[in-house]
Design a protein around this ligand. Structure first.
Ligand SMILES: [Fe+2]
Length: 277
């Protein structure tokens, strides 16, 4: 049964492959705005957004690599799922870096004003203390990473005015959707205990991880709001809503326990996770 399920996910991974060259790299880059200042600000937002995703994905790859080496098995379908996952994430990194370079070369020169945010903040999301996380918690963190990536790729892919960024982010979002589904399948295949204590422990870990991501993304929310023509609160809320929706499918304990409710409440009060940091 599990083999069949992973064979299906592996097949979806194989069919879902796309190439960076398919993106409209040659289309002229027109930044949004009626004045030079607005266009420059839009360019800076786009660069910040692409870099935030790049560094977040880089940090998430540390968790993914750790989990792949733990979960790898000689079962061909599962190994193939893990390999496609790795290939997808590598393509995202290369695409985001190429997008950043393309954006930097277009429009006004912003090298003087573009003080790059320290990427270590994004990488530190993966630092979980001196203790090695157990497999269940690591997998849960991996799931949260995938949901966050999917949500932000989708938001930019849907609402950004720039065709190149839209095309790239939409393609990445499709990969992330597959990743969320197969990581959920991995979670189910592990037969995680639904005992109250164990569920609460995992929920506490999930809240901590979400709070760390929130902290890392906070300096970039304004850029994402600019790119998606939305508010910073709306961007943060969209992330929590997606996480909450996916986590609530994990089992009976994930809807009713206080810690799960905390994540659900964060849908409406992003500041709550800010306090939790
Ligand atoms: Fe992913």
């Amino acid at each position: 049964m599990a083999t069949e399920m992973f064979a299906e996910h592996a097949e979806r991974g194989r069919r879902g492959q796309w190439r960076l060259e398919e993106m409209p790299w040659d289309e002229p880059i027109e930044f949004c705005g009626s004045t030079e200042r607005e266009k420059t600000l839009n360019k800076l937002d786009l660069i910040d957004g692409a870099q935030a995703m790049y560094h977040f994905q880089l940090g998430a790859r540390i968790r993914m690599g750790d989990y792949i080496s733990r979960a790898w098995s000689s079962e061909e379908a599962l190994a193939e799922c893990l390999e496609w996952h790795d290939i997808d994430e590598q393509r995202h990194l290369r695409g985001l870096r190429r997008l950043t370079v393309t954006l930097e070369a277009a429009g006004n020169d912003v090298r003087v004003i573009n003080n790059k945010t320290d990427p270590r903040r994004m990488w530190r999301v993966s630092q979980t203390g001196p203790l090695r996380l157990d497999d269940d918690r690591l997998l849960l963190n991996l799931l949260v990473d995938e949901v966050v990536s999917k949500t932000l790729y989708e938001a930019v892919g849907r609402r950004c005015h720039l065709p190149l960024a839209r095309a790239l982010f939409q393609s990445c979002a499709q990969d992330e959707e597959r990743h969320v589904e197969y990581v959920l399948a991995l979670h189910r295949s592990r037969g995680v205990s639904h005992r109250a204590l164990e569920t609460t422990r995992l929920q506490a870990g999930a809240v901590a991880h979400v709070a760390r991501i929130q902290g890392a993304f906070r300096p970039y929310f304004r850029a994402f709001a600019g790119i998606t023509h939305d508010t910073t609160e709306a961007v943060a809320t969209e992330i929590f809503r997606s996480i909450s929706k996916v986590l609530s499918t994990l089992g009976p304990g994930w809807e009713g326990y206080p810690l799960a409710r905390l994540i659900h409440t964060a849908d409406r009060s992003p500041w709550l996770l800010w306090i939790l940091r």
